[in-house]
Write a protein that binds this ligand. Structure first.
Ligand SMILES: [Fe+2]
Ligand SMILES: [Fe+2]
Length: 466
């Protein structure tokens, strides 16, 4: 049942587990301290028209109202348990789902949860200055919506750590509030989450590409045979969809405005964002987000699949064979300074399989933006760089590729990288366009207004009361 007005809103009957409740209530003030220190800079006392989870059912789970961010009802919401839930894949396929952490995978599973959990506060930290340069109140509200929900996702992971991992889980939950994005002494775990996200083009690219990695990681964990994890991730995905909407439509609106300005004259002279800079931001965030899937050939991925802990994307829906023992996967790797193909057992290639699903999804976004260009009558097109380009994790890390995935020398990469990745001047130029627009119904010059407002409200609605 829903205990929405408990100190910690939840649908896991927290009040019946006093020990867990006490532990989480001890963590709560530390979380709020973190939020005030590292959450959105300013705006904490302002009324923001936010959506709050009030139920997990597909009908009307979200409630919209003005809320001050520190008073947001961060809660613990899991999808309801399925009767007769089974382990859906791997060596234990068909056995009853795990209600406790399988002993031999305890450390590995804790690592998965900590790594996922670490991304949630990290992104809030990366985005904390953006409110000061928002292109409209609509966008400002969307930024804060994403921020509070990432805060809730941190809660979701902390619930699992406290509830299922005892002492070391509690220590990990504390450490999640101690690391800081981009801090050389105590950085966040994954590199994409230490990159600066200090202008709105970065923000839209981040929510398009990096939050979308989150979707695929959560989807794989939503298949998990460890039921509390599966049910947690299933509900997080409903919130995550909005973050990707913000990125996808946000970039689409920048593309539309740029196309309009291209027809009027020189985009820079007209204070818009040139298409080639948008392309470079795509290249940057797409390549960093690909790294988040891990190595192409991975014994961890095989172990997690075998154990029934991390499945494939839509494992139940999309596959007939849930054992994946007899298949091979053909992979391109670098050997002796050349690209070669190699057969690997499918279970060892599951990071790459998941990455492939992600790339397909990203391509749909590119098609939408290119349709905007076509609709505006502009001939140029945007594209995804080759997945080998600019990688820091896996088979291609340590090698250098051009934007089409051809192996090139490090010297050539260094000589040409300014064609492909944002330069200091590009970033400086984008930043120079970022001036806040706080008047309801007004919008910055470098971006088009959205096609519609939020939840039936018009674009002119006062989404944040300043
Ligand atoms: Fe999240
Ligand atoms: Fe997200």
């Amino acid at each position: 049942m829903m205990n929405l007005y408990d100190h910690i809103p939840n649908n896991v009957n927290l009040s019946e587990d006093k020990k867990l409740q006490r532990a989480l209530e001890k963590w709560l003030p530390n979380y709020l301290d973190w939020w005030r220190e590292m959450g959105p800079d300013g705006f904490q006392e302002k009324d923001v028209w936010l959506r709050t989870a009030v139920d997990v059912g597909s009908e009307g789970w979200a409630h919209f109202d003005y809320v001050k961010m520190p008073e947001y009802r961060w809660g613990i919401f899991l999808e309801p348990p399925q009767p007769d839930a089974i382990v859906g894949f791997g060596d234990n396929y068909g056995r009853p789902a795990y209600q406790e952490v399988p002993g031999e995978f305890r450390n590995a599973l804790r690592r998965i949860i900590v790594t996922q959990g670490d991304t949630e506060p990290a992104s809030v930290e990366q985005q904390r200055q953006l409110g000061k340069t928002c292109p409209s109140l609509y966008d400002l509200r969307n930024l804060f919506q994403v921020n509070v929900e990432e805060g809730r996702h941190l809660w979701a992971m902390v619930y699992l750590l406290h509830g299922y991992f005892g002492r070391d889980g509690r220590d990990e939950a504390d450490a999640l509030l101690e690391r800081r994005s981009g801090n050389p002494d105590k950085p966040r775990i994954l590199e994409a989450f230490n990159q600066p996200c200090d202008d709105w083009l970065n923000f839209f690219a981040f929510t398009m590409f990096t939050d979308r990695d989150g979707k695929y990681q959560l989807s794989a964990l939503a298949e998990s045979g460890f039921e509390p994890l599966a049910r947690t991730c299933q509900f997080m995905l409903t919130e995550e969809a909005h973050h990707m909407f913000v990125g996808d439509t946000g970039l689409g609106r920048v593309v539309r405005r740029t196309a309009q300005l291209m027809k009027e004259g020189d985009v820079r002279e007209l204070s818009g964002i040139p298409l080639e800079i948008i392309q470079k931001y795509i290249n940057f965030w797409f390549s960093y987000s690909l790294d988040l899937f891990g190595g192409e050939i991975s014994s961890n991925s095989a172990d997690f699949f075998a154990a029934g802990l991390k499945g494939r994307y839509k494992e139940r829906e999309q596959y007939a064979d849930h054992l994946a023992t007899n298949e091979n996967f053909t992979m391109t790797i670098v050997a002796d300074g050349q690209l070669k193909s190699r057969e690997v057992p499918l279970r060892n290639a599951l990071n790459e399989v998941l990455r492939g699903e992600y790339v397909k999804d990203c391509e749909k976004g590119l098609a939408r933006w290119n349709k905007v260009l076509a609709d505006e009558g502009v001939g140029e097109r945007l594209f995804l760089p080759h997945p080998r380009f600019h990688r820091h994790v896996g088979e291609f890390a340590g090698h250098t590729f051009d934007i089409e995935g051809n192996l090139i020398s490090r010297e050539e990469f260094e000589r040409r990288k300014d064609e492909w990745l944002p330069t200091a001047e590009d970033r400086e130029y984008v930043r120079s366009l970022m001036h806040p627009v706080y008047e309801p119904g007004k919008i910055a010059n470098w971006i088009a207004p959205p096609a519609a407002g939020i939840k039936g409200k018009p674009f002119e609605f006062e989404y944040v009361r300043l």
